[in-house]
Design a binder for this molecule. Structure first.
Ligand code: GDP
Length: 369
C-alpha cells in the first residue's frame, strides 16, 4: 500500500469512491470527515449488516508473504472453539524464522471444568503437527478481557524492540483482540477497528504505532474454507455461534440412533455398544435425537422448520449434506464440525457417519475435554 493512500480506519482497505461493489468504497461526500471509514464498515458498525465486496485470497497471502521477509514477532490467534478452522494452511512457510506467540482465544466458551494444562499440552502437540513451534501459548478471551494484559506483556518481552504482526484466520477474534489492546493502552476510540460475526471483516493491513517507534500490524484474516461460517447464510451465523460458556449436553445412545444438530448436521451412530456422547454446541442450538431409520424422512419433512437453522428461505443457500464415515478406535474422541462444535464419543469401538454441508471440515481428534 502506498504511504499517501487513505485507508479505512475500520478495516484497513484503501479508500476509493468509484466502485461500490469493491472494498474501501465511500461516497465522495464522506471524504470530508476527519476519520474515514468505508461504507462496508459503516454499515457493519451501525446496522450490524455486512456488504459483500469482492475479496481475493491472493491479496491476503501476498500481504502475509511480506512477513517472512521482515524481522518481527508473529502473534497467531486461534479460536478454541474452532481449532481446525483456525489454522492457516502453509502458515509456517509465510512467517520465515520469526518467533511465534500463540494466543488461544474465546476461552470464555469452554466449560469451567476444563483442565487447562491438559488442553495446553494438546494445543502444543497439535500446533507441532501443523509444523508450528510456538515460543509461548497463552489462553485469552478478547471479548471478556481475559488475559489481555498478560498477552501484552509477553508480546513486549518477546518482540524485543521488533515490530509485531497479528495474524489469524477470519473470525478467530483478531480485531476484538486488537481493539482491547488499544483500549487497554489508552488508544483513541476512533481508532477502533471493525469487528463482527462475519468472516473476512478486516480487509487490508492495519498499522498501529508502538511506544518505541516499532509498529503493530494487523494482517488480514486468512480464509480457511473449512469454517462453517463460509457456508451458512449470514443472518443465521449468530444463532449457531456460541456466545456463552458451553453447557455440555449428554446423550446415551444405542446403535442405529441419530442426532441432528438443528438442520446443520446429522450424526448417525451406525454400530457399536451403547455409548455416551457429549455435545459441545451453542446452548440454544437444537439437538434432536431420532432413530437412524427415520432420519432421512425426518430431514425431508422438517428441514427448515423443526430442524432449523437454516430456516425455510435460507435452506436452499446451504450446500447439500456430504456424508463421511469414521471409526472411533481408541480413547475418548471428538468428532469436530469446523465452527459448529463437536461431539465427544466416550467409549472406543463406534462406527459413525457424519452429514455436514459440503465443504465444511469434519474431523476426528483426541478429546480436548
Ligand atoms: P476477526 O475476523 O478475527 O477479526 O474476528 P472478530 O474480532 O471480528 O471476531 C469474530 C467474532 O468472534 C465476533 O462475533 C466476536 O464478537 C467474537 N469473539 C471475538 N473474541 C471473542 C472471545 O474472546 N469470546 C467469544 N465468545 N467471542 C469472541
Amino acid at each position: 500500500m502506498k504511504e499517501d493512500t487513505l485507508i479505512c480506519a475500520g478495516c484497513g482497505a484503501a479508500i476509493q469512491t468509484e466502485d461500490q461493489s469493491k472494498k474501501g468504497y465511500v461516497p465522495p461526500s464522506a471524504l470530508q470527515r476527519d476519520i474515514i471509514i468505508c461504507q462496508r464498515c459503516f454499515r457493519l458498525k451501525h446496522y450490524n449488516e455486512v456488504q459483500d465486496v469482492s475479496l481475493e485470497n491472493k491479496d491476503f497471502t501476498d500481504n502475509l508473504h511480506e512477513l517472512g521477509r521482515r524481522k518481527a514477532l508473529v502473534v497467531k490467534i486461534v479460536d478454541v472453539f474452532d481449532f481446525e478452522g483456525s489454522w492457516i494452511p502453509g502458515f509456517q512457510r509465510y512467517i520465515g524464522r520469526n518467533d511465534v506467540l500463540l494466543l488461544v482465544n474465546k476461552t470464555d466458551l469452554l466449560p469451567r471444568s476444563v483442565n487447562k494444562n491438559k488442553l495446553k499440552d494438546w494445543i502444543q502437540r497439535t500446533a507441532k503437527e501443523h509444523g508450528l513451534k510456538a515460543k509461548e501459548i497463552l489462553f485469552i478471551s478478547a471479548e471478556k478481557n481475559y488475559g489481555i494484559q498478560a498477552a501484552a506483556s509477553i508480546m513486549d518481552e518477546l518482540r524485543n524492540g521488533k515490530d509485531v504482526y497479528i495474524t489469524g484466520a477470519t473470525n478467530v477474534g483478531k480485531s476484538t483482540f486488537i481493539n482491547k489492546l488499544i483500549q487497554e493502552f489508552g488508544g483513541d476510540e476512533e481508532q477502533l477497528i471493525t469487528t463482527s460475526n462475519f468472516p473476512g471483516t478486516t480487509l487490508d493491513m492495519i498499522d498501529l504505532p508502538l511506544d518505541d517507534g516499532s509498529r503493530l500490524f494487523d494482517t488480514p484474516g486468512i480464509i480457511n474454507n473449512k469454517q462453517i461460517a463460509h457456508y451458512i447464510p449470514k443472518k443465521e451465523l449468530k444463532q449457531i455461534t456460541p456466545s456463552k460458556e458451553i453447557k455440555p449436553r449428554i446423550f446415551q445412545l444405542n446403535e442405529k440412533q441419530t442426532l441432528f444438530i438443528a438442520g446443520l448436521a446429522r450424526i448417525d451412530f451406525t454400530s457399536g455398544h451403547p455409548n455416551s456422547f457429549v455435545a459441545y454446541f451453542a446452548n440454544d442450538l437444537l439437538i434432536h435425537r431420532t432413530k437412524q431409520d427415520n432420519a432421512d424422512q425426518l430431514y425431508a419433512d422438517h428441514a427448515g422448520e423443526l430442524l432449523s437453522p437454516p430456516g425455510k428461505e435460507t435452506l436452499q443457500d446451504m450446500p447439500e449434506f456430504l456424508k463421511q464415515s469414521f471409526t472411533v478406535k481408541q480413547g475418548k474422541t471428538d468428532i469436530v464440525i469446523s465452527g459448529l462444535g463437536w461431539l465427544s464419543v466416550i467409549e472406543p469401538g463406534a462406527e459413525i457417519e457424519v452429514y455436514a454441508p459440503k465443504g465444511v471440515g469434519v474431523s476426528l481428534r483426541e478429546a480436548i475435554i
